[in-house]
Write a protein that binds this ligand. Structure first.
Ligand code: MG
Length: 370
């Protein structure tokens, strides 16, 4: 058996380091063809040395969409793990699909903002296997029935660090409060998105794009223990769920090896100590980002790209101390209200994203000056 070539984009981040953790003991099955990181050159060089990646293929280029796309299309790669943070991952997603690769997708922003464009690229033969734990769960559950037998998809949500709080007492939360996620250890952008429930809203759009199921049949349920990751209810009333302790190495391993499973358990459950699993409805009043994402998803066209671009600016502004946490949805809402265009090609997606960022920057400046 020849080793499967893997490209890892975002190798020094949370997903990237966990992917290398999975691959570390499987050197005869997988060969790392290329690595891309952001600013952490020291760790990148360490990784390149450990996995025998030549220096010209271990690049600190996570901010350079064209360089990422070039690595994603590398002829020796069979699987591309796109774990770049944010919209900069779009060209790499398209390049991997165009080149007919298996795309292990952790960069949800590229799929959300570029939905119609990514769909065209997928039609050319490239395959997406989700890395996001909820979508990996749905991907697994979908093996139990046909897509026309799906009654609904249910995405679970930990509720983040502010579950149970009212909009009023969320006015004073700090950056460190928002970065303290109760069940998952992730990078800062996604952790803030989890605290606002925007992450779940983006995941609703991601589920729609990945599985082709309408927004009326995608539901979110708050499940603080993060053990049930996602469920599919079929037309006969059966619900198939995927359960495991929160450990991203399980969905990463499945995405790298699909349809085969790893022979090494990550997140296996000890039922005798698990305790109760609870479920409740999300509070759309305290966490308006979830509703904004449903609205943008249903509107389609440039709205998801606008939602995503505005959110990236608002989250960064919050991390920089320029706006309070409660202003994140306000900024996103204001930008969406200013209108969203249509999306036919990549340029339209880039334009929608750019305009959203300009409008969001204006909205942030006005709030931070006030
Ligand atoms: Mg997720």
């Amino acid at each position: 058996m020849t080793a499967r070539g893997v490209v890892i984009l975002g190798s020094t981040g949370s997903i990237g380091t966990q992917a290398l953790d999975v691959l570390r003991t499987r050197r005869d099955e997988y060969r790392i063809v290329a690595l891309a990181a952001g600013r952490n050159r020291e760790l990148l060089e360490e990784q390149a040395a450990e996995f025998d990646v030549p220096s010209e293929l271990a690049r600190a280029c996570a901010d350079d969409p064209a360089a990422l796309a070039e690595l994603a299309a590398h002829p020796d790669a069979e699987v591309v793990l796109n774990a770049v943070v944010g919209f900069a991952g779009l060209p790499a997603t398209l390049a991997a699909l165009d080149a007919g690769k298996r795309l292990a997708l952790a960069n949800k922003e590229s799929l959300i903002a570029g939905g119609p464009v990514v769909a065209k690229a997928r039609a050319g033969g490239g395959e997406i296997v989700p890395v996001d734990s909820e979508h990996s769960a749905v991907y697994q559950a979908l093996r139990s029935g046909a897509i026309h037998e799906v009654a609904r998809i249910v995405l679970t949500c930990s509720g983040g660090p502010f579950r149970g709080r009212t909009r009023h007492d969320l006015r004073s939360v700090t950056v460190s409060d928002a970065l303290a996620h109760p069940t998952w250890n992730m990078g800062p952008k996604i952790t803030i998105d989890s605290s606002t429930l925007m992450n779940k809203g983006l995941e609703v759009i991601e589920a729609h794009e990945l599985f082709g199921v309408g927004f009326d049949r995608i539901e979110v349920v708050v499940h603080p223990q993060s053990v049930v990751h996602g469920m599919v209810e079929f037309t006969d009333g059966a619900t198939i769920a995927q359960l495991s302790m929160p450990d991203m190495r399980l969905p990463i391993g499945l995405a790298l090896g699909a349809p085969r499973r790893l022979d090494q358990p990550f997140g296996a459950i000890d039922w005798t100590s698990l305790g109760a699993l609870t479920f409740e409805s999300p509070d759309l009043g305290a966490f308006p980002c979830l509703g904004l994402a449903y609205d943008a998803g249903r509107a389609g066209g440039g709205a998801p790209a606008t939602l995503n671009g505005a959110n990236e600016v608002a989250v960064q502004a919050f991390l920089d101390g320029a706006i309070p946490w409660v202003a994140i949805p306000d900024v996103v809402d204001e930008v969406l209200q200013r209108g969203t265009g249509n999306v036919d090609d990549v340029q339209d997606v880039l334009d929608a994203d750019r305009v959203a960022r300009e409008h969001a920057t204006e909205a942030v400046l006005r709030r931070s000056a006030a």
